[in-house]
Design a protein around this ligand. Structure first.
Ligand SMILES: C[S@@+](CC[C@H](N)C(=O)[O-])C[C@H]1O[C@@H](n2cnc3c(N)ncnc32)[C@H](O)[C@@H]1O
Length: 411
């Protein structure tokens, strides 16, 4: 069976801040994307086979006893499969592909540091929609490890005004997601906006806050869906916000502000909101951080307002030990340390702890919403995790374990 090919980098949407990708850059980016597809589609089934043949027959009842936190985390399978050569080849290739991807994107971005600054200065001339506070403390969980192996994380600044962290993230995420985050990297935001319009067509938020917005890739679909709303994109990382503001200007958005603050205790001067969104943020916080952010969300929501959060789905009692190992693999080898704890959390219970009423909490699911018209028909729909892109999410309410997990509450 031929390896499915992801969309090449020239199919990514080019906004006013997109780094220039030379012929050689594009070749590297495309090879890395294809390598990711090869690992996911061709090699990962081999790891499952290695597990079934080599590890599963040797598992004792204690190895599958979900009362043991180690078993629940998939760590027992990880230890037992570690000496297997098929697993070793797969794991080192997967880790190194991610290292190469992030280093390659960082190399492309750093080479254009001054050009990016010049473009941002031109695009964001009045700076009205950008509010940076250099005193913002970077939470420890963002500083401790470079998430998903991106050197310097979201906040590193090599020179004053640097925004190469965001340019790196923009290129590298296209590769990691193999294009499944859509040409503008906005498939989460598009899906969330469509979900809201479908379920609550009469909801008319006047103010929307997107926390952990990074460079606003998933914020802009909310601003597009609700053009009369004032939208605030909040993040701790200044490089993401500088780049995001200029990017949004280049795409013609006038209703989005970019604000640097810690989501755990953002300033009351930001006001209150009708909708507080987070998209793929909580898997990179900590339990204490998540709880503080949720409490702050509750406090900053207007009565009748809603919080909506998009994340990787959590484990259930039915999640097999092999899937637990595979889905927690990123915690150990892709610098996503909080995934283990997050996968075990009861999100509605966390919302209740933050102050929301149990009966006002809800769960649902969405698939990545890929904007049509950018990718050639021969490209494959790919993802690193089987449950993403699985079956179309059906049903008006509730979560069926497929696609991305949506949870939230009305106040
Ligand atoms: C995985 S990225 C997701 C970005 C974006 N929402 C998206 O959908 O692509 C997580 C973002 O959350 C931000 N973040 C995490 N914890 C934060 C906190 N306590 N305060 C502000 N931003 C935070 C990080 O800086 C990073 O930009």
């Amino acid at each position: 069976m031929p390896a499915p090919l992801p969309p090449p980098v020239h199919c990514a949407y080019r906004h006013g801040m997109s780094p220039t990708v030379t012929h050689d850059d594009a070749a590297r980016v495309n090879v890395l994307s294809s390598l990711n597809a090869y690992i996911s589609r061709q090699l990962s089934p081999g790891v499952k086979l290695a597990f079934q043949r080599d590890v599963e027959p040797r598992l004792t009842p204690a190895d599958t006893d979900l009362n043991d936190p180690k078993v629940r985390a998939g760590a027992t399978v990880r230890e037992k499969i570690a000496p297997n050569p098929v697993y070793q080849a797969w794991a080192s290739l997967r880790r190194n592909t991610q290292e190469m991807n992030r280093q390659n994107a960082r190399h492309i971005a750093i080479g254009q540091m001054d050009d990016l600054k010049a473009r941002a200065a031109e695009l964001g001339r009045n700076q009205e929609g950008l509010s940076l506070d250099p005193a913002t403390p970077i939470p420890r969980y963002l500083e401790l490890a470079d998430n998903h192996l991106q050197p310097g994380g979201y906040h590193a600044e090599i020179t004053p005004g640097d925004m190469t962290a965001a340019a790196t993230y923009d290129i590298a995420t296209f590769v990691t997601a193999m294009g499944s985050f859509s040409a503008k990297g906005d498939s989460g935001g598009r899906a969330v906006a469509a979900w809201m319009k479908w379920h609550f067509p009469d909801f008319r938020p006047k103010r929307i806050l997107d926390i952990g917005a990074a460079h606003g890739n998933n914020t802009l679909p909310l601003a597009a869906a609700y053009p009369d709303a004032e939208v605030v994109a909040l993040d701790a990382g200044a490089p993401m916000l500088r780049y995001g503001y200029a990017r949004a200007q280049s795409m013609g958005f006038t209703n989005v502000k970019f604000v640097q603050q810690n989501a755990e205790d953002f300033d009351a001067n930001l006001g209150t909101f009708d909708w507080i969104q987070s998209t793929m943020v909580f898997h990179e916080t900590s339990t204490a951080g998540l709880r503080k952010i949720m409490a702050r969300m509750f406090a900053a929501l207007n009565p009748g307002g809603v919080t909506l959060n998009l994340e990787q789905p959590n484990f259930t009692a039915e999640t097999p030990v092999y899937d637990r190992f595979l889905r927690n693999w990123d915690a150990w080898y892709n610098n996503e340390p909080f995934w283990v704890q997050l996968h075990e959390m009861d999100m509605p219970a966390e919302l209740v702890r933050a102050g929301f009423a149990r009966e006002k909490c809800f769960e649902g699911g969405v698939n990545p919403d890929i904007e049509p018209g950018h990718y050639p028909p021969w490209t494959a729909k790919l993802s690193r995790h089987d449950h993403e892109h699985a079956k179309p999410v059906t049903g008006k309410t509730g979560y069926n374990g497929e696609g991305w997990y949506l949870f939230g509450a009305w106040k």
